[in-house]
Design a protein around this ligand. Structure first.
Ligand code: PRP
Length: 176
């Protein structure tokens, strides 16, 4: 049973998300046809989005994983991004598409991009399901975006509330 807080409110239903992910997958398929593609999944939050998105992209691809963490169990970023799991696959000369669940302050993606550029990919782009533009600290170019979300604490579809609620099929927010 998912521990859903009482003050949880729906933002995007599982059906809405599925429709948007299918659209994003079709767009990515068109853009990457004929190119060696690596989907780089940023754990933990994006694992559900990535599982759906990769099946909506009808192309050959490698799927790699990194884990980054800056929030811990808090609702605001610590400001310090940690790589807690790195990939071993050499991405040099491959087209890397980073898969994120949410860009909030942009600190995580800014840090990750700087790290990945040193590995000399043929190209480096970002797909993020969610963006919270009101909280931007480091502006990040999101090449493929699912939805903009308001400045609330977002949970579900991979996003956690102190480690819980990642398995909630919908996306919602906890009212302040
Ligand atoms: C979340 C999310 C992004 C990051 C975005 O990760 O998955 O990676 O925060 O926030 P930012 O734009 O303010 O940096 P979190 O640190 O919560 O780790 P998790 O994915 O393991 O839950």
């Amino acid at each position: 049973m998912t521990a859903i807080p009482d003050n949880w409110h729906l933002l995007h239903s599982a059906a809405d998300i599925a429709q948007r992910v299918a659209q994003m997958g079709a767009q990515i398929r068109r853009d990457y046809a004929g190119k060696p593609l690596t989907l780089l999944v940023v754990l933990k939050g994006s694992f559900i989005f990535a599982a759906d998105l990769c099946r909506a992209i009808d192309l050959p691809m490698h799927i790699e994983f990194m884990a980054l963490r800056s929030y811990g169990d808090e609702t605001t970023t610590s400001g310090v991004v940690q790589i807690t799991l790195d990939m071993r696959f050499p991405v040099e000369n491959t087209h890397v598409l980073i898969v994120e669940d949410i860009v909030d302050t942009g600190l995580t993606l800014d840090y990750l991009r700087q790290n990945l550029v040193l590995r000399r990919p043929a190209s480096l782009r970002l797909v993020s399901l969610l963006h919270k533009p009101s909280r931007t600290v480091r502006p990040v170019t999101i090449d493929y975006l699912g939805f903009e979300v308001p400045d609330h604490f977002i949970i579900g579809y991979g996003l956690d509330n102190a480690g819980q609620c990642r398995n909630l099929p919908d996306i919602g927010y906890i009212a302040p």
